[in-house]
Structure formats: C-alpha cells, structure tokens
Design a protein around this ligand. Structure first.
Ligand code: HEM
Length: 137
C-alpha cells in the first residue's frame, strides 16, 4: 500500500476522533454549537472524504485493471487536502470568536480554495486513471 494512501486513512480516523469529541462537547456546552461548521466538515471532508480518497486510490485502479495515473499527484492531494481543511476550519473558528476581524474570513476562503484544489486533483487523477487507454495495465 502506498504511503500517501495509508496517511489518508490515518488522518481520516484522526479527524473522526477530533470531530466526535467536538460533537460531544457541542451537546454539553451549547455555546459551542457555533462551531457546527467545524464539526460537520471535520466529519465530511476529514473522516468521510479522506477515507474514500485512501480506499479509492488503492482499490479503484485495481478494479479497472489500470495503474494510478500519478502517485505524485496523490501525494500532493494528501498535503493540500489536509492543509486546506485544517486552515479553513482553524480560521473559521478564529473568525467566530473575532467576528470584527475580516482577515480570518478571507483566510477561511483562501484555505477553502486550497481544499477545493485538492478535490480537483483527485477528480483529474481518478478520471485519467479509469478512462486511460486499455494498454495501461
Ligand atoms: C460521536 C459522534 C457524533 C456526535 C456526538 C455528533 C454531534 C453533533 C451535534 C451536537 C450537532 C449539532 C446539532 C444541532 O444543530 O443542534 C451535529 C451536527 C452535525 N453533524 Fe454530528 N455528531 C457525531 C457524528 C457525526 C458524523 C459521523 C457525521 C457525518 C459523517 C456528522 C455530521 C454532522 C453534520 C453534517 C452536522 C450539521 C447538521 C446541520 O447543520 O443541521 N456527525 N453533530
């Protein structure tokens, strides 16, 4: 199994643990409900998406009888998706508690764009793999 695949799976479980703790805290301390965006995106872009990236990179090329188009792109996507997610949620949380400071909102958007870029890398790598010419085996 490639290292970036294992790392995706590891980080997905780390995000699941953090998001679950935040979810429990949100039940106990209702003021934390203002971090619902952080909880839901740790779960969906962290736990769910990263598990799918990891399993998908490993298994989908095999199902299609092809090699992954680019492992380097997969590695890059690992870093971009983690940097994007942590930056987006970190600055979002800072923005919640410093609502008068515009810079946190702008940084949330910048890191959101990095996250979106990582999604496009996955999209391109998978499509280029699955629809490669038959002799790519
Ligand atoms: C230990 C497990 C979990 C706990 C304790 C928990 C707790 C919570 C709480 C307290 C809320 C806020 C509800 C409200 O608006 O009053 C919430 C929202 C949410 N949770 Fe979780 N959650 C857990 C697992 C998950 C999982 C596994 C996912 C998805 C993979 C998830 C996705 C979401 C989403 C999308 C929202 C936002 C819903 C909305 O905006 O109405 N949660 N969760």
């Amino acid at each position: 199994m490639d290292k970036f695949v294992k790392n995706f799976i590891l980080m997905s479980i780390v995000y699941l643990a953090i998001a679950s703790i935040l979810g429990i805290c949100m039940i106990r301390i209702p003021s934390l409900l203002s971090l619902k965006f952080v909880h839901s995106h740790l779960m969906l872009l962290g736990w769910v998406s990263m598990m799918i990236y990891g399993v998908g990179y490993h298994i989908l090329p095999k199902f299609a009888g092809r090699f992954l188009k680019s492992k380097t792109m997969g590695e890059m996507q690992f870093w971009l998706s983690n940097i994007g997610l942590v930056g987006m949620l970190g600055f979002y949380a800072l923005g919640v508690y410093n609502s008068e400071t515009e810079v946190y909102k702008n940084l949330t958007v910048v890191f959101g764009i990095i996250e979106a870029l990582s999604i496009f890398l996955f999209f391109y790598n998978m499509i280029a793999t699955l629809y490669a010419k038959e002799n790519n085996t």
